[in-house]
Write a protein that binds this ligand. Structure first.
Ligand code: FAD
Ligand code: FES
Length: 352
């Protein structure tokens, strides 16, 4: 039997149980204590916290996200550290007006649809054994069958459809989950184990400014969830400007749906699908170049950016140059295993 320890979470002083094979973030999120986190695999450093008392195993924390001297000074990454005694930790417990997060739970899902939606990109729909409450923009962690590891994928469906999740998965050549499983032998009817919802890249309804959305590749998934949610919720009136980046037309997906939504809501959704490597009759260039041409300044806007880390970095720089503050920029970096070794850290300017 795995030993369980007591974790005291400061500054709220709550005590929760955590198994030796469970990381501290998982224990907090399952108990409704919303600790900051983003990648959940030891790369982004968002979940860094203080170990005030006790011993932990630091797990697979990237040496870039948690440096040796920080370990000595009593820092840890909540998403990697597992208790080896009763411990006391202290972190910034998240509380933001208008936001409520659902506790993380385990689910068993059954694959009901697999379809190719763009080059090297698949839609995978998974029916759940019980509905998952989540906020638009969040993600799940899926156990890769036969491997002692999990991978994270964002929901593209809106929270109003909690019985099944839609994932948009891009193939990473040689990748354990995408290439070795999803694109190889995942089939309709297969059962999958997953947990969720995770993440704080969520739509903030209380921010009423105009919204800039920037998506690279399958970074569209959480943004699609937000758009589907916002445009079908009569209580929201936000005006959205979506910049979707791809190299060629075959790499774009959800284009028909987004064009149709833009036609149905001409004052609410402005859609710019951008191609960087091909001439066509739509916007040409990197998403950042197209955005740069469209807007001189972006004061009084809020931005949501998601995709490969270099794209997120470039977009963030541009947004700040156009006068957005870090508090106005929400982002999700699709870090993968290679980022852990190369130090794919998010911009130090951004807190979210
Ligand atoms: C919050 C979040 C949400 C995400 N949502 C989505 C989504 O909606 N859709 C989507 O397509 N992706 C998403 N991703 C990315 C996804 O989680 C995976 O990282 C991606 O699918 C690759 O996983 P893989 O198992 O196929 O590849 P991996 O096996 O993880 O390999 C990825 C790359 O790392 C290299 N690599 C593997 N192991 C090592 C190692 N030890 N050292 C150095 N290099 C190594 C591989 O060669 C490869 O180039 C998300 C990521 C995050 C953090
Ligand atoms: S959430 Fe822990 S390092 Fe990213």
């Amino acid at each position: 039997m795995v030993t369980t320890h007591t974790v005291t979470v400061e500054p709220i002083g709550r005590q929760i149980a955590c198994r030796e094979d469970q990381n501290l973030l998982d224990a907090c999120l399952r108990n409704g204590i919303w600790m900051p986190h983003s990648c959940t695999h030891g790369t982004c450093a968002t979940c860094k916290a203080d170990l005030l008392d006790g011993d932990v195993d630091h797990g697979d924390a990237s040496a870039f996200a948690l440096m040796d001297f920080e370990r000595t000074e009593g820092k840890l990454l909540l998403c990697q550290a597992c208790p080896r005694s009763d411990v006391t930790i202290e972190g910034d417990i998240e509380a933001e007006e208008g936001l409520e997060f659902s506790p993380v739970r385990d689910f068993v899902g059954t694959v009901t649809e697999i379809s190719d939606i763009a080059r090297e990109t698949r839609l995978v729909r998974i029916g759940l054994d019980s509905p998952m409450e989540f906020s638009a923009g969040q993600y799940v962690s899926i156990t890769v069958p036969g491997q002692d590891c999990t991978r994270t994928y964002s929901m593209a469906n809106p929270p109003s459809q909690p019985e099944a999740i839609e994932l948009n998965i891009r193939r990473t050549p040689g990748g354990l989950a995408s290439d070795g499983w999803v694109f190889k032998n995942l089939a309709v009817g297969d059962q999958v184990e997953l947990s969720g919802p995770y993440g704080r890249f969520v739509f903030r309804p209380a921010r009423e400014e105009k919204v800039i959305m920037i998506a690279g590749g399958t970074g569209l998934a959480p943004i699609l969830s937000m758009i589907r949610h916002i445009l079908s919720d009569p209580s929201t009136t936000h005006e959205l400007h979506l910049f979707q980046g791809a190299r060629q037309e075959v790499d774009l997906y959800a284009v028909e749906e987004l064009r149709s939504l833009a036609a149905q809501h001409p004052d609410r959704l402005h859609y710019y699908p951008c191609l960087s490597d091909e001439e066509w009759d739509g916007p040409r260039g990197l998403v950042t170049e197209v955005l740069d041409e469209q807007f001189d300044r972006l004061r009084e806007h809020v931005a949501y950016v998601c995709g490969p880390p270099p794209m997120v970095q470039a977009a963030t720089k541009l947004l700040m140059r156009k006068r957005l503050f870090p508090r106005d920029i929400f982002h999700e970096d699709f870090f993968d295993e290679s980022d852990k070794n190369s130090g794919g850290l998010k911009s130090p300017l951004l807190k979210h």
